[in-house]
Design a protein. Structure first.
Length: 108
């Protein structure tokens, strides 16, 4: 089932990783080897979670990179779905020509 409004992965990292470990953003950035502003942007939902950052979080705190990246993907999908009406593309329909065989209907 599709989640209509999944949380940004930064919110998860803040509440489930940073806060339970009693870390400040500055201290967590140091542990992860990233800049404080960069981590702050992620935690506040102003930047996407990169694969490299997900790997850093996995190595430092044990949260699976796969889980974090799936969260980012779900967030991206939901965000794009909310703007679905802005994208106008017609469904592709191959031309109907009885003399032309489609590739998938060739004899085997």
């Amino acid at each position: 089932m599709r989640m209509l409004n999944p949380p940004h992965p930064g919110a998860f990292v803040r509440t489930e990783v940073i806060e339970p470990n009693d870390l400040t953003v500055t201290a967590a950035a140091k542990v992860l080897g990233v800049s404080r502003p960069g981590l702050s942007m992620l935690l506040n939902g102003r930047s996407d979670l990169s694969g490299t950052m997900a790997l850093r979080i996995e190595k430092a705190f044990g949260v699976r990179m796969d889980t974090l990246m799936r969260m980012q993907s779900a967030y991206d999908i939901a965000r794009t779905r909310r703007r679905e009406d802005e994208v106008t593309v017609e469904r592709y329909r191959p031309p109907v020509d009885p003399g032309v065989r489609r590739r998938d209907s060739a004899p085997r």
